[in-house]
Design a binder for this molecule. Structure first.
Ligand SMILES: C[S@@+](CC[C@H](N)C(=O)[O-])C[C@H]1O[C@@H](n2cnc3c(N)ncnc32)[C@H](O)[C@@H]1O
Length: 234
């Protein structure tokens, strides 16, 4: 007998466009999500090279930078993992290749790069174009859920956080990683789209985590450039 495992992940049906499961078009976006989708669509071709230069100068390499938060994100074989604001999926390179990854983003151009990377690095992944605030995914399906590098700019952080909690399995670990106010102040003064980055938005949003969650922790990492919040879904 042959048993075929099918992930029962989606709660609605998107359009597959260039291999990316697409639930939005850019004209349906508003506010920060529209602005950031446009910005990332513009900078996608140069994003990786400029980031790599930055990581080399500030941290001695991308692996040093990413290890500072990925060391907390334990992924076991066969886990289902969700990253919201996945960008070009660079975290997947460093993570357990025996798990399955879902990556959500509002920038179709960043997701195209993510798809290329996943194929090149042999990552079992599905890439989904949608807002973190409105995940087309079923309740209680993921073993690990994290957001890396987009949370500060989400239109509605609380809604996105509640979505991350909704799709995570009970007991699973959830992480929010993003830049601190210090980073926004010092680094983003000279980059394209600088007017979009707002220092007030970069305070570690511990206040958003529902009180009933367990093991709520917030830490400053990456030499003060990033924060990480972690907790378990109850
Ligand atoms: C700095 S990149 C992060 C890339 C990646 N996670 C990493 O660690 O390298 C931020 C990403 O957040 C995405 N983003 C911003 N707001 C979003 C939203 N509301 N929903 C989904 N993605 C969003 C942007 O399109 C962009 O690709």
């Amino acid at each position: 007998m042959c048993i075929i495992m099918v992930d029962n992940i989606y709660k609605s049906t998107g359009k597959i466009i260039n291999g990316i499961n697409t639930f939005i078009d850019i004209n349906s976006l508003s506010g920060e999500n529209k602005k950031f989708s446009e910005l990332y669509n513009k900078i996608a071709p140069f994003y990786n090279i400029s980031q790599k230069i930055f990581y080399k100068i500030k941290f001695g390499g991308e692996n040093n930078f990413r290890n500072d938060f990925l060391k907390y994100i334990i992924v076991n074989d066969n886990n289902l993992v969700l990253e919201t604001s996945v960008g070009t999926a660079d975290n997947f390179y460093y993570m357990n290749k025996k798990a399955k990854y879902y990556g959500v983003d509002i920038s179709i151009k960043m997701l195209k790069m993510a798809k290329k990377h996943s194929e090149k690095w042999n990552v079992n992944s599905e890439l989904v174009c949608c807002e973190a605030e409105n995940l087309p995914l079923n309740d209680n399906v993921f073993d690990v859920v994290y957001s890396c590098g987009g949370f500060n700019s989400y239109n509605d952080k609380k809604k996105a956080l509640l979505e991350m909690i909704r799709v995570a399995k009970t007991g699973s670990k959830i992480f929010i990683i993003d830049e601190t106010g210090k980073t926004i102040k010092n680094i983003y003064k000279n980059v394209p789209g600088k007017e979009l980055y707002n220092i007030e938005k970069a305070n570690m949003p511990l206040n958003l985590i529902p009180k009933e969650m367990e093991n709520i922790k917030g830490e400053i990492i990456c030499k003060g450039y990033m924060y990480i919040i972690s907790f378990n879904k109850v």
